[in-house]
Design a protein around this ligand. Structure first.
Ligand code: C5P
Length: 223
């Protein structure tokens, strides 16, 4: 299947989720939130009592994930169903994100999720958000974007999101977590976070969402 794909990779909190939703909506294409698959694997493992150290158990969990994604308006997180149950809020917690990044260092788990991700590629096109969309999952994608922002800016954005949601957090602790997650994602041997050789790097530090979207549309040749 050679439907067009736009890959949007980058560190956590750079705005990939929102931008991917906006691009998909503007183009009328479908969307893949690959991070959700790693989050779901972590959540399902926890629920089934599979330890994050048990590689074979995790592969089994990843291979048998019963998941459905339901589109939502831009700005609202995509609705995620695990065995029919809405787990949208549960997979967005910091702890699920951290567990996801522990699960994601394991090559066998990544292999178990590979074909499932490629199956999202359909006409008229796909916008795929993650860490290795341009390097591993869709290496032949005609448009690759690497969206980044400074760790401080990402911590500030996350802080404001959480504050709006009424969650009391410490910005320095958030910054520490972001740095630790970056470190783990960039320095792992399995599909480390890095721009594909043919990716266009966009730094969103200090830019509004609209400005980032304009740059991404230009990168996609659709401006
Ligand atoms: O993007 P999100 O924060 O939902 O991803 C959660 C974790 O899943 C990341 O920190 C990363 O370790 C992992 N991940 C990955 N490859 C992807 C998407 C996410 O390793 N394509």
């Amino acid at each position: 299947n050679k439907a067009p794909v736009i890959t949007v990779d980058g560190p956590g909190g750079a705005g990939k989720g929102t931008i991917t939703q906006m691009l998909a909506q503007k183009l009328g294409w479908s969307l893949l939130d690959s991070g959700a698959l790693y989050r779901l694997t972590a959540l399902a493992a926890e629920r089934q009592g599979v330890s994050l150290e048990d590689d074979a158990g995790l592969v089994e969990v990843a291979s048998s994930l019963d998941v459905a994604f339901e589109p939502t308006p831009v700005g609202e997180p995509v609705r995620v169903l695990l065995a029919g149950e809405d787990v949208t809020a549960e997979i967005r917690t910091e702890s699920c994100g951290n567990n996801a990044s522990r699960v994601a260092v394991k090559q066998p788990v990544r292999d178990a999720l590979l074909q499932r991700q490629r199956d999202f590629r359909k006409n008229p096109g796909l916008v795929a958000d993650g860490r290795d969309m341009g390097t591993v999952v869709f290496p032949d994608a005609p448009v690759k974007i690497f969206l980044t922002a400074s760790a401080e800016e990402r911590a500030r954005r996350r802080f404001n999101q959480l504050k709006e949601a009424g969650v009391d957090v410490n910005i320095d602790a958030l910054l520490e977590e972001i740095r630790a997650r970056d470190e783990r994602d960039m320095n792992r041997s399995a599909a480390p976070l890095k721009p594909a050789d043919d990716a266009q790097v966009i730094d969103s530090t200090g830019l509004s969402i609209e400005e980032v979207l304009d740059r991404c549309m230009a990168a996609a040749g659709q401006a």
